[in-house]
Design a protein around this ligand. Structure first.
Ligand SMILES: Nc1ncnc2c1ncn2[C@@H]1O[C@H](COP(=O)(O)OP(=O)(O)O)[C@@H](O)[C@H]1O
Ligand SMILES: [Mg+2]
Length: 128
């Protein structure tokens, strides 16, 4: 599952990922991957990767770091600043966009594949 997370700096992208991880039961620290570009979280049934490509500016880095290998069927990738690597990403399942709102934030959710549609349908059922 590939989930992109767009929005200006400070709109709450990392905070949302932290909330998703807490919802999955992760109790450890959740750092912004703004320097490492990726943080790994291992659950019993899946690998969860949190990317932040804000500082991605070297196209060779994509190959030397082996980013493509992160996008596997047993992995969920949530990606901040997907615009910086757009042409390299495989098919995106769900595209999220955060914007400042009063009060709080507005979140737009778009499914782009059947898997993404199933994911958002479950989410809609969950929040009623
Ligand atoms: N839904 C929200 N409502 C109010 N403040 C928020 C919300 N989400 C995040 N914030 C605050 O906004 C700031 C930036 O959040 P962060 O997740 O680091 O943004 P981003 O990753 O988009 O740059 C933090 O101080 C955070 O506590
Ligand atoms: Mg962030």
């Amino acid at each position: 599952m590939i989930v992109t997370l767009s929005g200006e700096l400070g709109t709450g992208k990392t905070t949302l990922v932290r909330g998703i991880l807490r919802g999955l039961g992760w109790v450890g620290p959740v750092k912004s991957p703004s320097y490492a570009l990726v943080e790994h979280y291992l659950f019993s049934s899946l690998y969860f990767y949190h990317f932040d490509f804000y500082r991605f500016d070297d196209p060779d880095e994509w190959n030397t770091t082996g980013f493509a290998e992160y996008f596997r069927p047993d992995a969920v990738a949530v990606i901040e600043w997907p615009e910086r690597v757009a042409a390299r990403l495989p098919e995106v399942d769900v595209a999220l966009r955060l914007e400042l709102a009063e009060p709080g934030r507005a979140l737009e959710l778009r499914a782009a594949t059947p898997a993404g549609e199933a994911c958002l349908a479950q989410f809609a059922a969950l929040i009623g």
